[in-house]
Design a protein around this ligand. Structure first.
Ligand code: KIV
Length: 275
């Protein structure tokens, strides 16, 4: 799907139909200005629960709440005209079962205007995905490294290596059969991502899964160099806004202390009193 050729925001079915075509382009966003910046360039924008780590300083995504996702979803929606918005279901909002998932997914969709929700999990979430889809909620799946399960995965490790390969293929097939319109593959070997991409009928959206996926996604604060606590191997920094911002703030502090800011062009002259 070419961003320049878009006339309206794609629907989940358009994303599904893009399988095997031009690579789908996606980034995360959490605020209106960021959403505006990427609207013309992305097919879909994800309000990811990574917001907890990159904007709120949380140590993982586990502390992210429905209220946070709704507030950031509403902010992003205000900045989008031509990209579809997908909102993450936060940890604890869907794992109990299909009814709980429907209640919270419906709230995310109705209160933010999202076109779809994303949730983490493969085979274990298939029943929930099928339930949501059959009741009108488009679902993007997320398998491989699923950060909400960091405590049972033993860290942010590459997934699907060696003996785990077949389980990942089974996850990809299960979410496809359940009706997901696309699936995020996070931190999996590139050759396995290629195999899965060829094997399933829905687009694979890679993050740390190689160039053979049907699309790519990155966390925007990672690729702009705004989040600097750590850098995953799969992140490419296209800008260094964190460093640039820190240098700008140091410069401002220096100029305030030296009384060189504000300068003449930043101040207001008085007017002579009218007689
Ligand atoms: O929360 C997020 O930003 C994500 C992406 C990494 C896919 O799920």
């Amino acid at each position: 799907m070419s961003a320049t050729a878009k006339k309206r925001a794609p629907l989940p079915d358009d994303i599904r139909a893009a399988k095997g075509g031009a690579p789908l382009v996606s980034l995360t966003a959490y605020t209106t200005p960021m959403a505006e910046m990427m609207d013309d360039h992305c097919d879909f924008v994800l309000v990811g629960d990574s917001v907890g780590m990159v904007l709120h300083g949380l140590p993982s995504t586990l502390g992210v709440t429905m209220e946070m996702m709704i507030m950031h979803g509403q902010a992003v929606a205000r900045g989008l005209k031509s990209a579809m918005m997908v909102v993450d279901m936060p940890f604890g909002s869907y794992e109990e079962g299909p009814q709980q998932a429907f209640r919270n997914a419906a709230r995310l969709m109705s209160e933010t205007g999202a076109g779809a929700v994303k949730l983490e999990g493969g085979v274990v979430m298939a029943e929930t995905i099928a339930f949501l889809v059959s009741r009108g909620i488009p679902v993007m799946a997320h398998i491989g490294l699923t950060p909400q399960s960091v405590n049972t995965l033993g860290g942010y490790k590459v997934q699907g290596r060696g003996d785990d390969r077949d389980a990942l293929i089974a996850d990809a097939r299960a979410v496809t059969d359940a009706g997901a319109f696309a699936v995020v593959l996070e931190k999996v070997p590139a050759n396995l991502a290629d195999l899965i991409t060829a094997d399933i009928a829905i687009p694979t959206i890679g993050i740390g899964a190689g160039a053979g996926c049907d699309g790519q996604i990155l966390v925007v604060d990672d690729m702009l160099g705004l989040f600097t606590a750590f850098k995953a191997k799969f992140v490419k920094r296209y800008a260094h806004l964190g460093d640039d911002g820190a240098a700008a703030i140091a410069n401002y502090a220096e100029e305030v202390r030296a009384r060189t800011f504000p300068a003449q062009e930043h101040i207001f002259a008085d007017e002579a009193p009218k007689k």
